[in-house]
Design a protein around this ligand. Structure first.
Ligand SMILES: Cc1cc2nc3c(=O)[nH]c(=O)nc-3n(C[C@H](O)[C@H](O)[C@H](O)COP(=O)(O)O)c2cc1C
Length: 498
């Protein structure tokens, strides 16, 4: 060591000049001779900068270059709205809107010239919606709920934070297709159990549906509803693969699967061949469980709704609710083509399904839940005016517990400790800090919804109509949504809803 220090002392100048040159020559030689990367081969040493910039490009764009409305999938101004409201920080804006009001596609709401004089208390009312009124255990659902995200796609701390938050907010927490884990039962919050194509959490070892396990769940007081997933907007036509690396003991227990093997979710259910078979299967489970059971799908072909309605008319059996998920929906991991090309966007699908049910006189019995970028109270108001009874949100709730839009849900490296099972990353998500944020966010959505409703001169969500929404269809041409897609009157239905 002393010899080395002595040598360095004597030759410091030479080492400092020639050392880096020798290193650069070695790197250049390596770059020129390697065969994998053309850019490095053609531009030795400096070529590596291109790979470095590509690596940090998403972060540079997100933090420095994207303006707050152009970032996707969830623009910064919406993320900021969620962050501020979930922390109960200042969420007002100054100096006017940054929204381009004239741009074709822009949606606006038509306020009343005699708005409601509301009190703070009235703005906090969550106008609940009864689902499955014909069942032994109907459920009164909040206007805004936590959409399906499985334990598996999310880590345990995230599931626990959302579940406890749902309890405080008094909304339901959808388990997603990964089964019911102990973290979904943590707080006693209402849960909607999703039944995916792999029947996780209610399957025999060979993957077949296990009715006894289903009934065990149905008998739990906390389990308020079941949602049978036909498809989701982020990846219609695709089941999923849960890689063996992500299967911990707890995930294996929740899903009822073996460790050490990849688990495949098929793209469809095998228990029925058509719409009629599906509603007969659902009817059997509704009778046995007494709980509301609905279906979730992203609309692909309109003929599906026509055949579903024909089957309902023929059998007098029906799902208690339909969750319509827009093609703009998200997931933990999806093939790009399935995300970009398949399915109807939410608003169009919602209006179509609402119209089909109204025309069939089924609108009162089948509730419509909408999901797909419903982030704010204004989004909720627009969906309800277009035809929904209530909504579910996934990414909004992820943002409320600290999602930073890193777009890494598919890597197990989520820096916010949400979509990961890495203990170090999960450690960062402190459950007790996030519970109030989930509830605050839910509260803000309901509050803003009521505020918009009162601005439109209405006192109940059922008064919202498509004519309350206008759309810029061309420069200086604005039409109401009812003019674009008329909403048929309720036929042969009794009672409330829009
Ligand atoms: C991380 C993650 C996991 C999801 N897992 C499921 C799932 O298990 N089942 C399902 O039907 N949808 C799943 N979804 C889709 C959401 O439930 C929802 O339908 C979609 O993201 C649209 O809502 P959003 O725009 O509010 O995120 C998942 C979404 C995310 C972001």
């Amino acid at each position: 060591m002393t010899n080395f220090i002595h040598f360095f002392d004597q030759h410091a100048g030479t080492i400092l000049i020639f050392g880096p040159i020798i290193i650069l020559l070695i790197v250049a030689l390596r770059d020129i001779t390697q065969t994998q990367h053309t850019i490095k081969r053609n531009y030795p040493v400096v070529g590596v900068l291109r790979y470095l910039l590509e690596l940090i490009g998403p972060e540079l764009r997100q933090y420095l270059f994207h303006d707050e409305r152009s970032d996707r999938p969830i623009p910064r101004y919406l993320r900021t709205w969620v962050y501020a409201n979930s922390k109960r920080q200042l969420a007002t804006v100054a100096f006017g809107t940054k929204k381009d009001m004239d741009k074709p596609g822009t949606m606006l709401m038509r306020h009343s010239h005699f708005p409601i004089n509301s009190t703070e208390k009235e703005l906090d009312i969550d106008h609940k919606v009864t689902i499955g009124s014909k069942r032994r255990f109907p459920y009164n659902a909040s206007l805004f709920n936590i959409s399906a995200m499985s334990y598996g796609a999310l880590g345990k701390n995230a599931v626990q934070a959302l579940n406890n938050g749902a309890k405080v907010a008094d909304c339901f927490h959808n388990t997603g297709e990964g089964g019911v884990s102990k973290y979904h039962l943590d707080s006693g919050a209402d849960i909607c159990v999703q039944v995916g194509t792999a029947k996780f959490g209610m399957r025999h070892a060979n993957g077949d549906f296990d009715e006894n396990k289903f009934l065990e769940l149905a008998h739990m007081d906390q389990v308020k509803m079941f949602e049978i997933k036909l498809s989701q907007g982020a990846k219609p036509g695709k089941g999923g693969v849960l890689p063996k690396e992500k299967i911990t003991d707890e995930i294996a227990a929740a899903r009822g699967i073996e460790k050490g093997k990849d688990v495949i979710s098929p793209p469809r259910h095998k228990e029925w061949e058509d719409e009629e078979g599906m509603i007969r299967w659902i009817d059997d489970l509704q009778n046995k469980s007494g709980k509301p059971i609905g279906i979730k799908f992203c609309l692909g072909r309109k003929g599906f709704m026509r055949r579903l309605i024909e089957a309902i008319k023929k059998t007098n059996m029906m799902p208690d609710f339909i969750t319509v998920d827009g093609a703009e929906g998200a997931t933990g991991a999806a093939p790009q083509a399935h995300t970009d090309y398949l399915g109807y966007p939410l608003k169009d699908a919602l209006m179509f399904i609402d119209n089909a049910l109204r025309e069939a006189g089924l609108r009162d019995e089948i509730k419509l839940i909408a999901s797909g970028k419903v982030i704010t109270g204004a989004d909720l108001a627009i969906m309800i005016a277009l035809g929904a009874d209530l909504c579910q949100g996934a990414r909004g709730f992820m943002l409320s517990i600290g999602c930073i839009h890193a777009l890494k849900c598919n890597t197990n490296h989520c820096p916010a400790g949400i979509a990961t099972h890495r203990p170090w990353l999960e450690r960062g998500l402190v459950i007790k800090e996030k519970i109030p944020r989930v509830a605050n966010y839910h509260h803000a959505v309901i509050h803003e919804f009521n505020s918009m409703m009162h601005a439109c001169g209405k006192t109940h969500p059922s008064e919202f109509k498509r004519s309350d929404i206008m759309k810029v269809v061309d420069f200086h041409k604005i039409v109401t949504m009812d003019e674009l897609i008329p909403q048929p009157p309720l036929k042969a239905c009794q009672g409330e809803t829009n």
